[in-house]
Write a protein that binds this ligand. Structure first.
Ligand code: FE2
Length: 249
Protein backbone atom coordinates (compact mmCIF):
# COMPACT_ATOMS: atom_id res chain seq x y z
CA UNK A 1 0.00 0.00 0.00
CA UNK A 2 1.22 3.49 -0.84
CA UNK A 3 2.31 5.55 2.19
CA UNK A 4 -0.08 8.25 3.39
CA UNK A 5 0.33 11.93 2.51
CA UNK A 6 1.30 12.46 6.18
CA UNK A 7 4.15 9.95 5.83
CA UNK A 8 5.34 11.62 2.63
CA UNK A 9 5.14 15.10 4.16
CA UNK A 10 7.10 13.91 7.22
CA UNK A 11 9.79 12.46 4.97
CA UNK A 12 10.02 15.67 2.95
CA UNK A 13 10.44 17.59 6.21
CA UNK A 14 13.04 15.19 7.56
CA UNK A 15 15.04 14.22 4.44
CA UNK A 16 14.13 16.95 1.96
CA UNK A 17 12.39 14.60 -0.49
CA UNK A 18 10.44 11.38 -0.80
CA UNK A 19 10.26 8.90 -3.64
CA UNK A 20 7.52 6.58 -4.91
CA UNK A 21 9.28 3.83 -6.82
CA UNK A 22 7.78 2.52 -10.09
CA UNK A 23 5.11 5.22 -9.96
CA UNK A 24 4.21 4.65 -13.60
CA UNK A 25 4.10 1.32 -15.44
CA UNK A 26 6.73 0.38 -18.07
CA UNK A 27 4.00 0.89 -20.71
CA UNK A 28 3.25 4.43 -19.48
CA UNK A 29 6.98 5.17 -19.40
CA UNK A 30 7.25 4.05 -23.02
CA UNK A 31 4.31 6.31 -23.96
CA UNK A 32 5.95 9.28 -22.25
CA UNK A 33 9.26 8.52 -23.89
CA UNK A 34 7.68 8.25 -27.33
CA UNK A 35 6.31 11.81 -26.91
CA UNK A 36 9.74 13.08 -25.80
CA UNK A 37 11.49 11.43 -28.76
CA UNK A 38 8.95 12.86 -31.18
CA UNK A 39 9.45 16.38 -29.75
CA UNK A 40 13.25 16.04 -29.50
CA UNK A 41 13.42 15.11 -33.20
CA UNK A 42 12.16 18.59 -34.09
CA UNK A 43 14.55 20.57 -31.81
CA UNK A 44 17.92 20.03 -33.55
CA UNK A 45 19.40 18.22 -30.57
CA UNK A 46 19.08 21.29 -28.31
CA UNK A 47 17.37 22.14 -25.01
CA UNK A 48 13.60 22.58 -24.90
CA UNK A 49 10.78 22.98 -22.42
CA UNK A 50 7.01 22.50 -22.83
CA UNK A 51 4.72 24.27 -20.35
CA UNK A 52 1.13 23.72 -19.32
CA UNK A 53 -1.83 21.41 -19.72
CA UNK A 54 -2.86 22.87 -23.06
CA UNK A 55 0.54 22.46 -24.74
CA UNK A 56 0.66 18.90 -23.43
CA UNK A 57 -2.94 18.11 -24.26
CA UNK A 58 -3.53 14.47 -25.19
CA UNK A 59 -0.31 13.26 -23.55
CA UNK A 60 0.05 11.13 -20.44
CA UNK A 61 1.56 14.20 -18.73
CA UNK A 62 -1.62 16.26 -19.08
CA UNK A 63 -3.59 13.15 -18.08
CA UNK A 64 -1.59 12.84 -14.88
CA UNK A 65 -1.86 16.56 -14.07
CA UNK A 66 -5.64 16.36 -14.53
CA UNK A 67 -6.15 13.11 -12.62
CA UNK A 68 -8.05 13.54 -9.36
CA UNK A 69 -5.96 11.18 -7.19
CA UNK A 70 -2.74 12.90 -8.32
CA UNK A 71 -4.10 16.40 -7.66
CA UNK A 72 -5.54 15.28 -4.31
CA UNK A 73 -2.15 13.98 -3.21
CA UNK A 74 -0.45 17.25 -4.23
CA UNK A 75 -3.17 19.25 -2.43
CA UNK A 76 -2.82 17.12 0.72
CA UNK A 77 0.93 17.74 0.73
CA UNK A 78 0.30 21.46 0.29
CA UNK A 79 -2.10 21.51 3.27
CA UNK A 80 0.36 19.60 5.44
CA UNK A 81 3.29 21.83 4.48
CA UNK A 82 1.58 25.19 4.60
CA UNK A 83 -1.30 24.64 7.03
CA UNK A 84 -3.59 26.36 4.54
CA UNK A 85 -6.12 25.41 1.89
CA UNK A 86 -5.03 25.69 -1.75
CA UNK A 87 -7.00 27.99 -4.05
CA UNK A 88 -10.11 26.15 -5.21
CA UNK A 89 -9.45 26.89 -8.89
CA UNK A 90 -5.79 25.83 -8.82
CA UNK A 91 -4.69 22.96 -11.06
CA UNK A 92 -1.48 20.96 -11.24
CA UNK A 93 0.90 22.67 -13.67
CA UNK A 94 2.95 20.23 -15.82
CA UNK A 95 6.27 21.06 -17.48
CA UNK A 96 8.42 18.88 -19.72
CA UNK A 97 12.10 19.73 -19.60
CA UNK A 98 14.68 18.19 -21.96
CA UNK A 99 18.39 18.79 -21.63
CA UNK A 100 20.50 17.94 -24.64
CA UNK A 101 23.24 19.62 -26.66
CA UNK A 102 25.31 22.68 -25.69
CA UNK A 103 22.22 24.72 -24.75
CA UNK A 104 21.36 22.05 -22.17
CA UNK A 105 24.63 22.81 -20.37
CA UNK A 106 23.47 26.37 -19.64
CA UNK A 107 20.49 24.95 -17.72
CA UNK A 108 22.69 23.10 -15.22
CA UNK A 109 23.40 24.42 -11.71
CA UNK A 110 20.65 26.96 -12.22
CA UNK A 111 19.73 27.19 -8.51
CA UNK A 112 16.25 28.46 -7.75
CA UNK A 113 13.12 28.12 -5.62
CA UNK A 114 9.86 27.19 -7.35
CA UNK A 115 6.87 29.54 -7.17
CA UNK A 116 4.69 26.69 -5.87
CA UNK A 117 5.04 24.69 -2.64
CA UNK A 118 4.88 21.10 -3.91
CA UNK A 119 7.02 19.75 -6.74
CA UNK A 120 6.75 16.26 -8.24
CA UNK A 121 9.46 15.12 -10.63
CA UNK A 122 9.01 12.17 -12.99
CA UNK A 123 12.25 11.27 -14.81
CA UNK A 124 11.84 9.84 -18.32
CA UNK A 125 15.34 9.72 -19.77
CA UNK A 126 18.36 9.92 -17.46
CA UNK A 127 21.91 9.23 -18.71
CA UNK A 128 23.53 6.34 -16.86
CA UNK A 129 27.05 6.51 -18.30
CA UNK A 130 29.82 9.02 -17.81
CA UNK A 131 30.61 11.48 -15.06
CA UNK A 132 27.68 13.86 -15.56
CA UNK A 133 24.22 12.34 -15.47
CA UNK A 134 22.15 15.43 -14.54
CA UNK A 135 21.57 14.44 -10.89
CA UNK A 136 18.92 16.42 -9.02
CA UNK A 137 20.66 18.64 -6.45
CA UNK A 138 18.61 19.82 -3.46
CA UNK A 139 19.41 21.99 -0.48
CA UNK A 140 16.48 20.64 1.55
CA UNK A 141 14.05 23.02 3.18
CA UNK A 142 16.34 26.05 2.98
CA UNK A 143 13.52 28.42 3.92
CA UNK A 144 9.94 28.48 5.20
CA UNK A 145 6.83 29.04 3.15
CA UNK A 146 6.32 32.80 3.00
CA UNK A 147 2.79 34.05 2.97
CA UNK A 148 4.16 37.58 2.77
CA UNK A 149 4.49 38.06 -0.99
CA UNK A 150 6.84 41.06 -0.76
CA UNK A 151 9.26 39.20 1.52
CA UNK A 152 9.20 36.27 -0.90
CA UNK A 153 9.98 38.54 -3.84
CA UNK A 154 12.90 40.16 -1.98
CA UNK A 155 14.26 36.76 -0.92
CA UNK A 156 14.06 35.46 -4.47
CA UNK A 157 15.71 38.60 -5.84
CA UNK A 158 18.68 38.02 -3.52
CA UNK A 159 19.00 34.30 -4.26
CA UNK A 160 18.00 34.25 -7.92
CA UNK A 161 20.58 36.63 -9.32
CA UNK A 162 23.41 35.44 -11.52
CA UNK A 163 26.13 36.17 -8.94
CA UNK A 164 24.53 34.16 -6.13
CA UNK A 165 23.66 31.31 -8.51
CA UNK A 166 27.25 31.15 -9.76
CA UNK A 167 28.57 31.26 -6.19
CA UNK A 168 26.39 28.35 -5.13
CA UNK A 169 27.34 26.38 -8.27
CA UNK A 170 31.04 27.04 -7.62
CA UNK A 171 30.78 26.01 -3.96
CA UNK A 172 28.93 22.79 -4.89
CA UNK A 173 31.53 21.88 -7.54
CA UNK A 174 34.34 22.52 -5.06
CA UNK A 175 32.61 20.39 -2.43
CA UNK A 176 32.30 23.32 0.02
CA UNK A 177 28.54 22.92 0.08
CA UNK A 178 27.09 19.45 0.42
CA UNK A 179 23.53 19.31 -0.86
CA UNK A 180 21.54 16.13 -1.48
CA UNK A 181 22.42 14.63 -4.86
CA UNK A 182 19.81 12.30 -6.29
CA UNK A 183 20.49 9.78 -9.05
CA UNK A 184 17.12 9.80 -10.76
CA UNK A 185 15.48 6.59 -11.92
CA UNK A 186 12.98 6.78 -14.82
CA UNK A 187 9.46 5.85 -13.78
CA UNK A 188 9.93 6.81 -10.11
CA UNK A 189 8.17 9.90 -8.74
CA UNK A 190 10.23 12.28 -6.58
CA UNK A 191 8.35 14.69 -4.31
CA UNK A 192 9.92 17.68 -2.59
CA UNK A 193 9.14 21.23 -1.64
CA UNK A 194 10.44 23.28 -4.56
CA UNK A 195 9.33 26.45 -2.81
CA UNK A 196 11.33 25.76 0.35
CA UNK A 197 14.35 23.95 -1.16
CA UNK A 198 16.98 25.62 -3.34
CA UNK A 199 17.49 23.17 -6.22
CA UNK A 200 18.97 22.59 -9.67
CA UNK A 201 20.21 19.78 -11.86
CA UNK A 202 23.84 18.79 -12.20
CA UNK A 203 25.62 19.00 -15.54
CA UNK A 204 24.55 16.53 -18.19
CA UNK A 205 26.77 15.28 -21.01
CA UNK A 206 25.63 17.30 -24.11
CA UNK A 207 25.58 14.13 -26.23
CA UNK A 208 22.98 12.57 -23.88
CA UNK A 209 19.29 13.28 -23.42
CA UNK A 210 17.94 14.07 -19.95
CA UNK A 211 14.17 14.43 -19.95
CA UNK A 212 11.93 14.98 -16.95
CA UNK A 213 8.29 15.84 -16.33
CA UNK A 214 7.68 18.30 -13.50
CA UNK A 215 4.38 18.91 -11.78
CA UNK A 216 3.87 22.04 -9.69
CA UNK A 217 1.08 22.75 -7.22
CA UNK A 218 0.26 25.10 -4.37
CA UNK A 219 0.88 28.79 -4.87
CA UNK A 220 1.15 30.27 -1.34
CA UNK A 221 0.62 33.74 -2.79
CA UNK A 222 -2.53 33.04 -4.76
CA UNK A 223 -4.34 35.84 -2.98
CA UNK A 224 -1.62 38.41 -3.62
CA UNK A 225 -1.91 40.79 -6.56
CA UNK A 226 1.80 41.60 -6.12
CA UNK A 227 2.77 37.95 -6.43
CA UNK A 228 0.50 37.48 -9.41
CA UNK A 229 2.21 40.32 -11.19
CA UNK A 230 5.76 39.30 -10.27
CA UNK A 231 5.79 35.51 -10.08
CA UNK A 232 5.23 32.78 -12.64
CA UNK A 233 7.60 34.23 -15.24
CA UNK A 234 7.61 30.96 -17.16
CA UNK A 235 3.87 30.96 -17.45
CA UNK A 236 3.80 34.61 -18.49
CA UNK A 237 6.48 33.98 -21.07
CA UNK A 238 4.39 31.14 -22.45
CA UNK A 239 1.32 33.43 -22.24
CA UNK A 240 -0.46 30.99 -19.93
CA UNK A 241 -2.62 31.64 -16.90
CA UNK A 242 -1.81 30.27 -13.42
CA UNK A 243 -3.20 26.87 -14.40
CA UNK A 244 -1.21 26.55 -17.60
CA UNK A 245 -4.17 27.32 -19.83
CA UNK A 246 -4.29 30.00 -22.47
CA UNK A 247 -6.59 32.80 -21.34
CA UNK A 248 -9.81 33.02 -23.34
CA UNK A 249 -9.91 36.35 -25.19
FE1 FE2 B 1 12.37 23.97 -9.92
Amino acid sequence: MEPSAEAHAAQIDRKGYTVIEHYISPEQLELGRAFIKQQAATRNGEYFCIHGIEELSGTMFAGLALSTPFKDRMAQLYRLQSGREPATEEQVFPVIRCLQGRSGLKQSHFYHFDATAVTALLPLYIPTEGEHCGDLIIFPNTRHIRFNALRNVIEKAVLHNTVSQKLVAFAVRRGWLKPIRLKLVPGNLYLFSGYRSLHANDVCDPSMLRATALFHFGNPHHESALARSLLGANKRRAKLDHNGLRPVN
